[in-house]
Design a protein around this ligand. Structure first.
Ligand code: ZN
Length: 170
């Protein structure tokens, strides 16, 4: 069984994948992540991901997912683009669909249970984890909402632009 050549983004058997200690590295265009579109000011770029299977000390399957790259979110204050670095690292424990999540999983903060069917769509999982990690109200650290009063201490970039435009006429 060879995975060379193409980027496989579906894991046929996540439990086997974990038991075999396999790993997939890949990337996905941000523009393909439909569920993120509403949060983005621009859908440029790609996200890189890796998923690695292992067994924990008790022989339970574990999937370690890493996602990196950057997204251009929409600043909630000025509505401009806001670069947001994506640095996600999560440990997931696959459980079979319909089996339910064991109680102890609910108390384990380090490993999230992940219900999976016959196969696992890795890109869908990447999208899901990015959605969970998104800030609720992204804002630039240093941007200011338009202020009706004061704020005259700093020269506004628009005033500068107007001055340049005025200069062009001369
Ligand atoms: Zn802003």
């Amino acid at each position: 069984m060879s995975q060379h050549g193409t980027t496989s983004t579906t894991i046929a058997d996540p439990f086997r994948f974990a038991a075999d200690g396999r790993r997939i590295d890949g990337e996905v265009a941000v523009a393909k992540l439909d569920r993120l579109a509403g949060s983005l000011a621009d859908s440029v770029g790609v996200l890189h991901f890796s998923i690695e299977g292992s067994l924990d000390e008790e022989g339970r399957p574990r999937l370690s997912l890493g996602v990196g790259g950057s997204l251009v979110l929409r600043c909630q204050r000025c509505l401009g683009g806001l670069d947001w670095p994506v640095e996600i690292g999560v440990s997931l424990r696959p459980v079979r669909e319909g089996e339910g999540i064991p109680d102890e999983e609910l108390e384990d903060d380090e490993v999230d249970a992940l219900e999976v069917g016959a196969d696992l769509d890795v890109v869908g999982l990447v999208e899901e984890e990015v959605l969970l990690a998104l800030p609720i109200a992204p804002r630039h650290d240093d941007c200011q909402p338009p202020r009706p009063d004061g704020g005259a201490e700093k020269e506004s970039p628009f005033a500068k632009l107007a001055a340049l435009r005025g200069g062009d006429k001369a």
